[in-house]
Write a protein that binds this ligand. Structure first.
Ligand code: DGY
Length: 321
């Protein structure tokens, strides 16, 4: 008999068909957002789950699921998974690194450009019928080319963002848990390792791509925003909670910094409604990895991990130590 699995959210139909070759599949193609107790009851009796970053996989859930052997998440970030609890319950956990690096870096640039050059703000103004003449000072913003780019979190996505900055003749400074090798720094547009404080003081554009953990919560809060240039922009591609959203709203409102571009929010998909009252912020709904090809690659990579883990192999992206 095939092992039973649950696909916790809607997914590409061809990935579902692939999984059906190996497993009895219970899927949530209606894309209902389960409460933790609904998720637990749907996962009862299942050997595996293909989940997304919206599912909380923690000790409370795992202790209700003695038959569960593996959770394959379709995301690179895995702050929603308590890996230690998975290990303690004998549950394999996996993520989907690598396949989204370039697409996410592209989107980082889209947000940076839109934020600095006021793309969405000016489009909303145009659509609202305000455009009656050209003026020398409409929608002035900071330059991107020739400026200093600060990247906090210099993993694979951060390095891909840095590489793209070569075409813009930018200086790159970065802050990371550990310093890159000289060769990696050279490939990342000769990025210079600096303290977080120096990065915030020097950068014209700051991009956040670090993983979320209790230690990285509020990496950018009031004190950090106060170190930034008043002309600077901030882009958060990483996870909600890395920025203190209330402090950012205050900084944007008082023009303490020029603008922000946000793809992730504290408590998403709910977010602080005060963002909607500000013109100097670009808001997108957690879509940095959302190219057709990349989302398919992520889904297939999660499926590969699950198939490997539940058929006696070792998932390529196993997170348990
Ligand atoms: C990721 O892969 O971590 C993206 O943010 C999607 O959740």
């Amino acid at each position: 008999m095939k092992p039973a699995i649950m696909v916790t959210r809607a997914i590409f139909p061809e990935v579902l068909s692939r999984l059906e070759e190996y497993f009895e599949v219970d899927s949530n193609q209606d894309d209902i957002i389960f409460t933790p107790s609904e998720l637990a009851s749907r996962l009862k009796g299942k050997a595996g789950a293909l989940a997304t970053a919206s599912a909380r996989i923690n000790a409370e859930l795992l202790q209700q699921l003695p038959g569960l052997k593996m959770v394959a998440s379709m995301a690179v970030g895995y702050d929603n998974i308590d890996v230690a609890a998975c290990t303690a319950h004998g549950v394999m956990a996996s993520n989907t690194p690598e396949v989204l690096n370039e697409t996410t870096a592209d989107f980082g640039w889209a947000l940076l450009m839109a934020t600095a050059r006021r793309v969405t703000e000016s489009e909303h103004w145009l659509r609202a019928g305000h455009w009656t003449k050209w003026r020398y000072d409409y929608f002035l913003g900071p330059d991107v080319h020739g400026s200093t780019l600060g990247i906090i979190g210099m993993g694979r996505i951060g390095q891909a963002i840095a590489r793209r900055s070569m075409g813009f003749d930018m200086k790159v400074v970065y802050h990371n848990r550990s310093r890159l090798s000289a060769e990696q720094e050279a490939h990342a547009n000769h990025a210079q390792y600096v303290s977080k404080e120096d990065l915030l003081r020097q950068s014209d554009h700051v991009v956040l791509v670090l993983p979320y953990s209790p230690a990285s919560r509020h990496t950018i809060a009031e004190a950090e925003l106060n170190l930034m240039k008043p002309t600077a922009t901030l882009v958060n591609l990483a996870r909600g909670g890395i920025v203190d959203d209330a402090a950012l709203i205050a900084a944007l409102r008082s023009k303490r910094i020029a603008a922000a571009g946000l793809d992730v929010f504290e408590n998403e998909p709910k977010f602080n409604p005060d963002f909607l009252t500000l013109q100097n912020v670009v808001l997108t709904p957690h879509i940095a990895s959302a190219s057709e090809a990349t989302r398919r690659a992520m889904a297939n990579r999660a499926a590969d991990n699950l198939i490997a883990g539940l058929t006696g192999g070792r998932p390529g992206d196993l997170l348990n130590p």
